[in-house]
Design a protein around this ligand. Structure first.
Ligand SMILES: Cc1ncc(COP(=O)(O)O)c(C=O)c1O
Length: 411
């Protein structure tokens, strides 16, 4: 397989975007398979998938045809009506577990907003207790940027300036069973947790922690919400990563890969919650439109095909072995993290400031070499290629990654 070469500068510097992001952007134009092209004609192997969104890769005729055909029929109906694609998708999604209904939205944050609202609604109506309203989330968790989802995202970089957030949100240490036992009681409405922390360093919930969450939430009748926005729908080789860690959530939230890059989210809820909702208590204009749902029906069939999932597990094992090889070779490559094709490793120099700086440099060097990779947390290099990636492309990606690592560390 040919290596990308002659990378020319294709960045836009200081464009008039709100200054939330970097001030330099790679300007992308097109893609095919697992490759992306920028406006200068440079080619990149993608180990980021638009942050776990583009699971099926780029330039797909099947997705283009569905979009074209559906757009000729209907793009939008209000939520006074519904469409065949939405009905079909709702049936498919609810059959993935013990769910009675789905609330569609447009983004991960919105899916979590809905989950938090439903947890409060359940707690107040079921317990007939206006004081059982607290939410619990965990250190290094990430659940979105809206005021509600931000209130359960305990990272001061994202939230400090926006205080006060919604009241009654508490934080406990991730994977600390004792701390969990001492805080969680029936004054809580909901607990929100990622089975594997996508933005917070790819740490999985331990089996003991997941078991404690299951039993304490059941004991106190607290709604357990699994945020599977990054981990769900095949990314880890399973429909839901909750299955890997042994989490039994009441509600699951999904978004990123659901409509292959178009905005669609889903909040899957059980009958005990759905039965208590009254008309008008929550809603959306665009969520669950016919275009995104039609696409999601097709994508879901592909992503959740057992053979496809089986291949993801095998490819994930292969990536793990490649990472472990790098760790044997280079002292600055630390622990393997993640599961399936949501993988990574820590950069470990012995000094956290250096680790963070070097992680950024590795990502930049990889881009120069023609490989797009991500960071998770402070010093974890995150590798999340499209799920359709081949073994040859994985090999090429690791060759380019090693080149980048050597470029940063081996002078
Ligand atoms: C685990 C998790 N939850 C929630 C979100 C928020 O999703 P969105 O950016 O679509 O609002 C993200 C996005 O990265 C995520 O990774």
């Amino acid at each position: 397989m040919e290596k990308p070469k002659n990378i020319k500068d294709a960045t836009a510097v200081n464009p008039p975007f709100a200054k939330n992001y970097a001030n330099e952007f790679l300007v992308l134009e097109s893609g095919e398979g697992c490759y992306l092209h920028d406006i200068k004609g440079n080619k990149y192997l993608d180990f980021g998938s638009g942050i776990s969104v583009n699971s099926l890769g780029y330039g797909r005729e099947d997705l283009a045809n569905i979009i074209y055909e559906q757009s000729k029929k209907l793009l939008h109906v209000s939520n006074l009506y519904t469409t065949r694609p939405a009905l079909l998708l709702a049936a498919k999604l609810t059959s993935l577990g013990d769910f009675a209904a789905v609330h569609f939205g447009n983004s991960g944050a919105e899916a979590n907003e809905a989950a938090l609202k439903y947890a409060r609604l359940y707690s107040k109506r079921k317990k007939n207790d206006n004081s059982a309203v607290k939410f619990l989330s965990f250190t290094s968790g990430f659940h979105g940027r809206t005021m509600g989802s931000l209130s359960v995202t305990p990272n001061p970089t994202y939230s400090e300036i926006f205080q006060p957030l919604i009241p009654e949100c508490y934080v406990s240490e991730f994977n600390n069973v004792e701390a969990l036992e001492s805080i969680l009681d029936s004054s809580f409405a909901g607990v929100i947790v990622e089975p594997i922390q996508g933005e917070g360093g790819l740490t999985p919930a331990s089996k003991e922690f997941a078991a404690a969450l299951n039993s304490l939430c059941a004991k106190h009748d607290v709604i357990l919400i699994a945020d599977e926005i990054q981990t769900g729908l095949g990314r880890t080789g399973y429909p839901f990563a909750s299955a890997i860690v042994g989490l039994n959530p009441d509600i699951i939230t999904l978004a990123k890969p659901l409509a292959g890059g178009l905005p669609l989210s889903a909040t899957l809820i059980p009958a005990k919650v759905n039965d208590l909702i009254k008309v008008g208590e929550h809603g959306t204009t665009f969520g669950g439109g016919p275009l995104t749902c039609n696409l999601a029906n097709h994508i879901l069939d592909l992503l959740l095909d057992p053979e496809f999932l089986f291949e993801i597990i095998a490819k994930g094992d292969y990536m793990r072995s490649k990472i472990e090889d790098l760790a044997k070779k280079y002292s600055f490559v630390g622990q393997y993290r993640g599961a399936g094709l949501l993988t990574g490793f820590t950069i470990d120099t012995g000094d956290m400031d250096q680790n963070m700086k070097k992680s950024g440099e590795v990502i930049a060097k990889a881009k120069e070499a023609g490989l797009l990779i991500l960071r998770s947390g402070k010093n974890v290099i995150r590798l999340a290629p499209p799920l359709v990636i081949s073994e040859k492309e994985l090999d090429l990606g690791f060759e380019l990654l090693e080149e980048a690592l050597k470029g940063v560390f081996v002078k």
